[in-house]
Design a protein around this ligand. Structure first.
Ligand SMILES: Cc1cc2nc3c(=O)[nH]c(=O)nc-3n(C[C@H](O)[C@H](O)[C@H](O)COP(=O)(O)OP(=O)(O)OC[C@H]3O[C@@H](n4cnc5c(N)ncnc54)[C@H](O)[C@@H]3O)c2cc1C
Length: 464
């Protein structure tokens, strides 16, 4: 049995197989720990959370720290060609400012397609898809017991910046209404790491032995990796428990773990809405330099638009594309609970008086690719007492997408938490050390991101 710090055979439970949760799982597994990852989505392909993600220098460092070489290599090979330019334009395509980054080494990742990247991060991990974390409790022996459901939650989806809730017109997240806690019914239906929605993806890797062992209602969890002999949770759903030394809530903007650990946490609606789409790059003509990185067009009519390409270094099964975004105050965009084609039409109407080459980017986009998101941000909170449960990424410091730092910050959290856990410190000290950096950094980054939005997007209330 391994001994890490003062905790022999440490077992870490992760709620959420998004960017931060998967990077953490990779790092801990690489460090020899037993990890169980639970993901609400039935399969890796379920989400509609955006297309291109900009990875910055901090994100690259975190990836190097977390990922085994073969996974890092896969993430790099399936990333986009190096982007080296950020530019700002008027609606008539007059360049206002630009910055070129000529020295980015080819080994650095500058942009990824979210789904392709997630597939890379899944390599070698055995994630339990279709398993929703609903709450937790602390055991008398000082461990943490997480409650899971294999059925989707029946409550309304939390409106979010993560694109998982289709409607953006719902009321803001209320942190004071936990869906359930570990006091849930105790029927044991789990016990394996299989996925009810299909096999856990392991993009080229073999499934590891990060098995999931559900505990019984009595809380006598085994931590031996589980052999899957007690059922797979796929025969009709239910609730069950798992037990570990630490629970990490990496479950994004609507985090169930945060609701219980930090019930005073709230999300602020920034009063902006965003429409994402994508245009196939195959043979497309772009305005000059729009293929080199991120280009922002500031309309004089209350709208702004961003464009950025993903040209895969090696074919990843997804055609090269240009991500398109239209951003405006909520009141300007109005109801967005509309089919994709209608959202595309909003983009065309908004850019009707702009330079035709810009409007063309919306016109040539895939009409089925458009979806709306609400732009929200986490609000700074007083730290909780460190213990057997912690949070990571958007689960605690939800980032607005503008600024392109949310994923990078989640990756930094993963790298730091893994380093602290693997440092040999007693676990409570390791978690406290992580939180003392993660919390101020996360909220400072939100502040910077919001300031950047203020420079890019017209003030709420502007009219076309
Ligand atoms: C459209 C868009 C564009 C963006 N562009 C960028 C960019 O260019 N650069 C950048 O750095 N950031 C960007 N961001 C922000 C970035 O996507 C997030 O900050 C980042 O994904 C956060 O990672 P995470 O691991 O914390 O959460 P997520 O990646 O959101 O993962 C959370 C996971 O937890 C799962 N989950 C939720 N609840 C439960 C539960 N109860 N039980 C089990 N699983 C659960 C979810 O299904 C999800 O898979 C963008 C965001 C959006 C919406």
């Amino acid at each position: 049995m391994r001994t890490v710090g003062t905790v022999p055979g440490m077992r870490i439970l992760i709620s959420g197989a998004g960017i931060g949760g998967l990077a953490l799982a990779q790092a801990l597994r690489r460090g020899g720990l037993e990890v169980a990852v639970y993901e609400r989505d039935p399969s890796p392909q379920t989400r509609r959370q955006g297309y291109r993600i900009h990875i910055d220098h901090d994100g690259n460092e975190a990836l190097r720290a977390c990922l085994p070489p073969e996974v890092l290599d896969l993430a790099h090979r399936t990333s986009g060609d190096t982007g080296d330019r950020i530019a700002f334009y008027t609606q008539d395509l007059v360049e206002l400012s630009s910055q070129v980054f000529p020295d980015i080494p080819a080994s650095e990742i500058t942009n990824v397609d979210r789904d392709t990247f997630r597939q890379s991060l899944l390599t070698g991990l055995d994630v339990s898809f279709g398993h929703t974390v609903t709450g937790y409790d602390l055991t008398p022996s000082g461990r943490v017991r997480v409650a899971l459901s294999t059925s989707p939650p029946t409550t309304s989806p939390t409106p979010s910046t993560d694109g998982t809730a289709a409607s953006v017109g719902r009321p803001a997240f209320s942190a004071s209404s936990p869906t359930s806690t570990a006091a849930s019914p105790a029927s044991v239906v789990g016990g394996t790491s299989s996925s009810p929605g299909g096999p856990a993806s392991s993009a080229g890797g073999t499934a590891s032995s990060v098995g999931v062992t559900a505990s019984s209602a009595g809380g006598t969890a085994s931590s031996d990796g589980g052999d899957g002999s007690s059922g797979d949770g796929s025969s009709g759903g239910g609730s069950f428990f798992d037990e570990g030394d630490l629970l990490v809530g990496a479950d994004g903007v609507g985090s169930a773990v945060r609701r219980q650990l930090a019930p005073s946490a709230t999300l602020r609606d920034l009063g902006l809405r965003c429409l994402y789409g994508r245009m196939p790059l195959d043979g497309a003509t772009l305005p000059p330099d729009f293929g080199r990185g991120f280009s922002w067009v500031a309309g004089a009519n209350g709208y702004g638009a961003g464009f950025a390409p993903v040209r895969f270094r090696t074919p990843a099964g997804v055609p090269d594309y240009l991500m398109t975004t239209l951003v405006a105050p909520t009141g300007v965009l109005g109801n967005l609970d509309l089919p994709s084609e209608a959202l595309q039409q909003i983009c065309l109407d908004a850019s009707a008086t702009w330079h035709p080459a810009v409007r063309h980017l919306f016109a040539a986009a895939d009409p089925t690719s458009f979806f709306p998101i609400a732009i929200r941000a986490g609000t700074r909170i007083t730290p909780w007492s460190s213990g057997q449960v912690t949070l990571l990424g958007d689960a605690i410091h939800t980032m607005p997408p503008a600024g392109g730092v949310g994923a990078n910050t989640a990756l930094q959290d993963a790298a730091l938490l893994a380093a602290e856990i693997l440092s040999g410190k007693p676990l409570p000290e390791a978690v406290a050390a992580y939180e003392s950096v993660m919390l101020p950094r996360g909220f400072d980054t939100i502040d910077k991101s919001i300031r950047m939005i203020g420079r890019m997007v017209p003030q709420p209330g502007a009219r076309p």
